[in-house]
Design a protein around this ligand. Structure first.
Ligand code: PGA
Length: 265
């Protein structure tokens, strides 16, 4: 993994936006995996800014989101479809027909395999954007998710429900089931970009990057992927044991640009 520690959270978003922009420029028909949650919002804002002021275009892009609540129709204000429209899609020139999320309204068992087939039909994901949960989840792959899992229904943990309760009104229905890409689905992306900011993520980041590979920390499965970039602010980097090494390596990166992309040189 390549671990990049930026000066602050907005620098983390800007660095992530640079990677997104570069990948968009490199590929004729890019396919991105996108994430919801608080963390990627700053990235999406940076991308919207670049679209407005620097002509960054999303016209050739196809997107697949990681997850969607079971039982919330796309128009529901708490659905992840609604989140993506509000936070990104409505503000850039992406073709709405090329934006996909798992379908939380039909038969959830069929929706998983249908989503996998759709990703495959589009040639797979070039760049997967990820946040990380305080419990180490990626997507809604909660602890003990199979490292070989594919898109399917997961029951959210009490911790995750509590962390996400802030998005729901006190008397509003909060689904406890979600459709999520599996860990094996995520690992098939050709490159992965994980962003984490704030001290609440420090433990999860350390266990993801440096901890043992374990289904208890689903993000640790990223250690199996050859092209992962982890962008963290200083607070989220706080528990990294090899922090000095990551900073030392980043300082030498230019000289060592032949290192495998996504790997700390
Ligand atoms: P957050 O969620 O960005 O809202 O902290 C991340 C996640 O749970 O994956």
């Amino acid at each position: 993994m390549q671990v990049i520690i930026t000066a602050n959270a907005s620098a983390a978003a800007a660095h992530a936006a640079d990677i997104v922009e570069r990948t968009l420029a490199e590929l004729e028909a890019p396919v991105f995996g996108l994430a919801t949650g608080s963390t990627p919002v700053a990235l999406y804002q940076a991308l919207i800014e670049r679209h407005r002021h620097q002509g960054l275009s999303f016209a050739r892009l196809t997107t697949f989101n990681l997850d969607e609540y079971v039982g919330l129709p796309p128009g529901h204000p708490q659905s992840y479809r609604h989140f993506m429209q509000r936070e990104l899609f409505d503000h850039v020139d992406i073709d709405p027909a090329n934006t996909f999320l798992p379908d939380g309204t039909g038969d959830p068992l069929e929706a998983g395999s249908a989503y996998e087939a759709l990703i495959e039909d589009h040639g797979g994901i070039d760049l997967q954007v990820l946040g990380i949960g305080r419990n180490g989840h990626i997507g809604f792959n909660e602890p003990t998710s199979s490292l070989g899992s594919r898109t399917r229904v997961k029951t959210l943990t009490r911790d995750t429900l509590k962390a996400n309760a802030r998005f729901f009104a006190p008397d509003e229905f909060q689904p406890s089931l979600a459709l999520t890409m599996g860990i094996a689905t995520i690992l098939e992306a050709r490159s992965i970009l994980l962003i984490a900011t704030g001290e609440a993520k420090a433990e999860a980041v350390a266990r993801c990057v440096e901890g043992p590979l374990s289904a208890l920390v689903p993000a640790s499965a990223l250690q199996l992927h050859p092209k992962v970039t982890v962008i963290v602010d200083p607070a989220a980097a706080e528990r990294l044991e090899l922090r000095d090494y990551y900073e030392f390596a980043a300082a030498h990166q230019r000289q060592l640009h032949r290192a495998t992309p996504g790997e700390t040189p």
